[in-house]
Ligand binder design. Structure first.
Ligand SMILES: Cc1cc2nc3c(=O)[nH]c(=O)nc-3n(C[C@H](O)[C@H](O)[C@H](O)COP(=O)(O)OP(=O)(O)OC[C@H]3O[C@@H](n4cnc5c(N)ncnc54)[C@H](O)[C@@H]3O)c2cc1C
Length: 484
């Protein structure tokens, strides 16, 4: 029987104000928040210039091996990997040549490991973590801002070389029969495929999450601007991974009190003495920290740091669901990237994880579609590819990260400062591996013990007070997974 997937989004996103004219007018309270909130982003990103092979519904046969929904980093990487196995792929996106809106920051080594060393816009040899006015840690690990243009162009060109076709439309509905699925688009076009992969991002409505288990994710919320400023106090050789200082809230008793309970930090990428990307970030909150609160804190911080914004070139509003239950597995649509829960639940990093999984998923799909000699279809194929998306070992590792997230969400400002003080004192193998999701479950267990060993007395108290419940939950989930 055909079943239809035109559902509501699995995530209930916190409401963000839309970046409309009205929004900026509402915040025209000069002097109170600092005037950067009244400025409008000026940059008008130009589309990529590439001759895309388009799918022609009337001349092409409208049946593909795989339809990939979404031309974000995860969708394009998967499409080109599938194409590399000789699989007939169509990638559907309303605007495949538009630049991606998000500003991606990554560790240089993890991006190089994916073969994207030529896709950096700017790199910094070190990163800094301000724990307080008195304490700053320097991390000897290069960090980069991704050139979204170069990365998207590279992935697009790979897709074109490997025969991927594109269809410029929004997917409206996906229906499944026993051995094939059909994808209906908002231009009336229908595309048939043996397998549909949903890579349409966190707000997707095509991938189902369990109705019986609460989703229960946390949310990372951030407000970011790429700004031209009169000057700023940051060293041009170091990006600021986290600035947890709160002296800027000294004259704001209400903001300061809330920040102690639900803290935010500054993430900053200084490009030159007058150009800087600044982002006030709530690492993880449940419920999500109100967005207006994040902006007020950011205004107070910039005022305190003496940063006068002259122009805003780009603005980003960030909402990333972290942790919580994974999608129902298996189901007729296979998910990839953000919608598949491929987000580091403890840090919010996602772009590398989604792209790193693509070769594994493509290989499993190619085997199922016939490349391995035995062709499978329908539920057998979907189940096999879901195993490629979330193999047991990765699911187990994710449980540990969810444990990390559940512990972080319980910490106040002082608790987080103590936590990161101990965390960045670990052997680089452990903290780097943790942030790049490359440790095994065993190594994560060792990291947990080592973290406890490095923790101050107060931090040990934090751990003993906040961690037992999440730890029990993790153990229960690991046991359930082992029994399945
Ligand atoms: C503001 C912001 C900043 C971030 N910064 C970082 C960072 O610094 N580092 C990091 O690792 N992660 C970061 N993340 C997380 C990261 O952006 C996402 O996890 C990543 O973009 C997910 O990639 P994706 O390909 O799964 O989805 P997306 O990038 O969301 O791409 C989805 C694509 O699907 C298309 N689409 C949507 N609906 C449909 C439809 N119905 N039909 C067809 N196409 C559709 C969209 O147009 C889009 O092109 C950030 C997220 C945000 C929101």
């Amino acid at each position: 029987m055909a079943n239809s997937q035109a559902l509501l989004s699995p995530f209930s996103f916190p409401q963000l104000p839309s970046p409309s004219r009205n929004h900026f007018q509402i915040h025209c309270t000069f002097g109170k928040f600092g005037n950067f909130l009244d400025l409008k982003p000026e940059s008008k990103p130009q589309p990529l210039k590439l001759d895309l092979p388009l799918f022609h519904p009337y001349s092409d046969r409208s049946r593909f091996d795989v339809v990939v929904v979404g031309a974000g980093p995860a969708g394009l990487r998967l499409a080109e990997q599938l194409g590399g196995f000789g699989i007939k792929v169509c990638c559907v996106d309303p605007s495949p040549l538009s630049p991606w809106p998000n500003n991606y920051g990554v560790w240089v080594d993890e991006f190089e490991a994916l073969g994207f060393q030529d896709c950096f816009h700017k790199t910094w040899p070190m990163a800094s973590v301000y724990l307080s006015e008195q304490k700053v840690k320097y991390l000897d690990r290069p960090y980069a801002q991704v050139s979204r243009r170069k990365l998207k162009m590279k992935l697009m060109e790979e897709c074109v070389t490997k025969g991927v076709k594109f269809h410029k439309a929004k997917v409206w509905e996906i229906k499944h029969q026993e051995f094939e699925s059909s994808v209906s688009c908002n231009d009336g076009c229908e595309i048939k495929a043996h397998l549909v992969i949903d890579a349409s991002g966190f707000a997707s409505k095509f991938t189902e999450y369990s109705n019986s288990r609460p989703r229960n994710c946390g949310f990372q919320i951030a407000h970011g601007i790429l700004a031209e400023v009169e000057h700023h106090p940051f060293d041009l050789n170091k990006m600021v991974l986290m600035d947890w200082r709160d002296t800027h809230l000294g004259n704001e008793p209400y903001l300061r009190q809330d920040n102690k309970k639900s803290p935010t930090f500054l993430y900053a990428m200084p490009f030159d003495s007058n150009l800087i990307f600044l982002e006030e970030t709530s690492l993880v909150g449940r419920p999500a920290l109100p967005y207006t609160e994040v902006k007020k804190r950011m205004a107070a911080r910039l005022r305190h740091l003496g940063i006068k914004v002259k122009r805003i070139l780009e603005e980003e509003k960030c909402v990333i669901p972290m942790g919580g239950a994974l999608p129902e597995m298996p189901q007729a649509v296979v998910a990839a990237g953000g919608v598949a829960g491929m987000v580091n639940p403890a840090s919010g990093y996602a772009v590398v994880g989604g792209m790193a999984a693509a070769p594994r998923v493509a290989r499993v799909a190619a085997e199922g579609l016939g490349g391995g000699g035995r062709m499978i279809r329908g539920k057998a194929l979907q189940g096999r590819v879901w195993e490629g998306v979330w193999p047991m070992e990765k699911r187990n590792v994710r449980e540990f990260y969810c444990f990390g997230m559940e512990s972080l969400v319980r910490l106040d400002l002082d608790g987080l400062r103590r936590f990161f003080d101990a965390f960045f004192d670990l052997e680089p193998y452990y903290w780097e591996g943790f942030l790049s999701s490359r440790l095994s479950l065993w190594e994560l267990g060792m990291l947990g013990l080592s973290l406890y060993g490095h923790a101050s007395l107060m931090s040990k108290v934090d751990i003993l007070t906040n961690c037992p419940l999440p730890l029990l939950k993790m153990m229960a989930n690991l046991t359930l997974q082992a029994l399945r």
